[in-house]
Design a protein around this ligand. Sequence first.
Ligand code: ADP
Ligand code: ZN
Length: 300
Amino acid sequence: MTCIGAIEAGGTKFVCGIGDEKGEIRESVSFPTTSPDETLGKAIAFFRGKEVEAIGIGSFGPIDLRPGSPAYGHVTTTPKPGWANCDFLGTLRELFDVPYGWDTDVNAAALGEVRWGAARGLDSCLYYTIGTGVGIGVYTEGRLVHGLVHPEGGHTPVRRHPDDAFAGLCPFHGDCLEGMAAGPALEARWRVKGHELPANHRAWEIEAFYIAQSITGAVLLNSPEKVILGGGVMQQSQLFALVRAAVKRNLNGYVSAGELLERIDDYIVPPGLGTQAGLYGALALGLDALQARGAAETPA
Ligand code: ADP
Ligand code: ZN
């Protein structure tokens, strides 16, 4: 049985695990994200002596994913104290000389859902996290999208809800999707904790309006076979029906797919892996890295 290390590196907390090729995670730990030294130190302490054959990492970002770039494996321009230009991968590499999989936290979660979750067997999906921030992982034509840097779908501009005067919280853009719809925006707009807002509160209609707007654009641009919505805010399960209805209204029948017209309940869905999509995704990244190394070393 393979022994693969997995790291879900979130801006709030880290989860480290050990898993195998069957997608079973047999051990994991979680700790808050503090300084890079302390946090990576805890991750290293967890993996020490475990003889991992590869490590997969899904990290908060922005991160450098360009092979050959001097900053490959770094967290780049994050405002998170201490983490800007942190050599995440290099720090681990010094201790563990194994193949690494390295991608964004949301891309990892998308991959986890493709391998073992709600998008199993599909060639494409989008994975949204709507929590402290908004992030969108993009898996298309059987691979995770990187492109120029990596997708940053949480920061796309949105059209304002006609009843919403909230200025938005994004330090870069004000009223982008994250600025209007992440957990902190919701809480600043209504001045209560998200979990304290009743399920029938108008807040959820406005929240769904922004999420649905993003999904509508993404469906038109990217044509994903599944849209998965995770993160703390999506614990409000009434949001699913509101989002699905708003996406249908926005598309107005234009995209002629049964998934959208007749089976949208099975198209816009919660993560099949629950809150663990990111950790399983990191495991999948590690497995893929091990396999890629094996393929490179096998004589033709
Ligand atoms: P993170 O994004 O930091 O990894 P989460 O996905 O848990 O963590 O998101 C945390 C955010 O989600 C908080 O800002 C909070 O506003 C919101 N949140 C968490 N639980 C709920 C809930 N039950 N209802 C509404 N909002 C919630
Ligand atoms: Zn923004």
